[in-house]
Design a protein around this ligand. Structure first.
Ligand SMILES: Cc1ncc(COP(=O)(O)O)c(C=O)c1O
Length: 453
């Protein structure tokens, strides 16, 4: 099929045979998404630009446009979006101040790799809002920011070893792209350099057992997701973050909070504000750019001194690009203005979704469980309870895909792996719609399981 043919909606034959019978779809038809994928895999490896996007069921949906918290696909289906660009779109898809910032910045030309006023302005705002954020350095993604944070920690301490927690995700670069799930301490994909992680020691998240005995003054950094959102929305056990703070301070180790998800999302000042523990370095991304690519390392002066003095090389053509910084400024100013009502609302909606999923699961005797940290909600399947990360091996990932597929057919768009993000523009009406969709999806899920028994 030619690209031209794809561009003309009317030229796509909706009646052409689909790989699965149409009647399995309760509500939505994905024929144009299927046409797109058949074409895309010709020259676009795997047909997507990030592998997990292809895991969506019943079919990876091709998005055409978005407004507020709704997205429409190329088949004309609309969805209530809880994927939010895998996290960044805390203000939804079309926040006016953010779109205006894009236009204002573009009107001044691209100015890539220039020094411009937005850089210091965004750093000032981070210093005002993030407890550990006295000084910042910008890059273009969360993964890059993680690498810079490790370099800063090593330079500041003159040490090499890094402590990482199992089932915490810190981006896709070889050194930390390991132990992403419980039960697999190794590389997350083929093709990684096994040598790259030789200085990384693994620990169990949520417990300081082992840390006390194994950490010593050969470690440069302890890096942690302060709330383990990637593992399944686990809040830190009481005292865990403070214990990390105490041990690292005692041993002169740099404590890094990876706040790529939690930054500006769990509170305006991130997880460190919510839980009252301030790290030495914070890694920021996602929501900071409200949908445009950015990452930041924001840290306390003593540690950031290695960059501030010019001794540590911090490089990157696209670092501090004016459009992303303009958007970051607009985003943080909006969040500042809305903070009093926004954060309690994210917590409330996140909690209400999880509670409704659990109530429906119980009513239908379905092996489903949901838990949330603020406006981040994780749907599990194959289990009816989750008492901690040690229970993660009990979950059934294919059943989660089945549940999120049912939700998609009811108009609810989640991450395929069952994570949902609440935005500042999800309304009470949206919550009511979500409750209804969840009720139907859970019922269908339970019926599907019964039919297969
Ligand atoms: C906690 C955490 N750290 C780092 C990253 C990497 O960020 P990016 O995808 O922008 O490279 C992610 C991405 O999902 C993340 O969730």
């Amino acid at each position: 099929m030619s690209a031209n043919r794809l561009d003309k909606d009317s030229a796509v034959d909706l009646k052409q045979p689909l790989s699965q019978p149409l009647e399995i779809y309760d509500r939505h038809v994905f024929s144009k998404s299927k046409c797109y994928r058949a074409h895309a895999v010709n020259h676009l490896a795997y047909g997507v630009s990030s592998t997990p996007r292809a895991s969506q069921l019943p079919f990876p949906v091709v998005i055409d446009r978005a407004e507020g918290v709704h997205i429409a696909d190329v088949d004309g289906n609309t969805f209530l979006d809880y994927c939010l660009g895998y996290g960044p779109l805390l203000l939804g898809h079309t926040p006016k101040p953010v779109l205006e910032a894009v236009q204002n910045e573009l009107a001044k030309g691209l100015r890539t790799a220039s020094i411009h006023r937005g850089e210091a302005r965004l750093a000032d705002l981070i210093a005002e809002l993030v407890p550990s954020g006295a000084q910042s350095a910008f890059v273009s993604s969360g993964s890059e920011a993680i690498q810079l944070a490790l370099r800063v920690a090593r330079a500041a301490t003159g040490r090499n070893r890094i402590a990482k927690f199992r089932a915490n995700y810190h981006g896709w670069f070889d050194n930390l792209h390991i132990a992403n799930s419980i039960g697999n301490d190794g590389a997350a994909t083929i093709g990684q350099d096994p040598e790259a992680s030789h200085s990384v020691e693994l620990f169990d998240w949520g417990s300081t057992q082992g840390l006390e005995e194994q950490l010593d003054s050969s470690f440069a950094a302890v890096i942690v997701e302060p709330a383990a959102i990637n593992a399944g929305c686990f809040a830190p056990p009481e005292g865990f973050l403070q214990a990390l703070r105490d041990i690292t301070r005692r041993l002169g180790i740099v404590l890094i909070f990876d706040e790529v998800i939690t930054g500006f999302r769990l509170a305006l000042g991130g997880a460190q504000q919510r839980y009252g523990v301030t790290p030495d370095l914070s890694v920021l991304g996602k929501a900071l750019g409200a949908g445009l690519p950015i990452g930041a390392v924001s840290g306390q002066r003593e540690v950031m001194e290695v960059i501030a003095s010019g001794r540590l090389l911090h490089r990157g053509t696209f670092n501090g690009n004016p459009v992303s910084l303009g958007v970051g400024i607009a985003c943080l100013e909006t969040l500042k203005a809305e903070q009093a009502t926004l954060y309690p609302r994210l917590d409330r909606i996140g909690g209400a979704i999880a509670a409704h999923v659990n109530a429906e699961a119980k009513a239908h005797d379905a092996p489903i469980f949901a838990q949330n940290v603020g406006g981040c909600v994780q749907l599990f399947a194959g289990v009816t309870q989750m008492d901690g990360m040690a229970d993660l091996p009990k979950i059934d990932r294919s059943l989660i895909l089945c549940l999120t597929s049912k939700l998609l057919q009811q108009g609810i768009y989640t991450l395929p792996r069952g994570l949902m993000y609440v935005s500042s523009v999800h309304s009470e009406d949206d919550l009511a719609f979500t409750r209804q969709a969840v009720s139907t999806a859970v019922m269908q899920f339970a019926q599907g399981l019964d039919a297969n028994r």
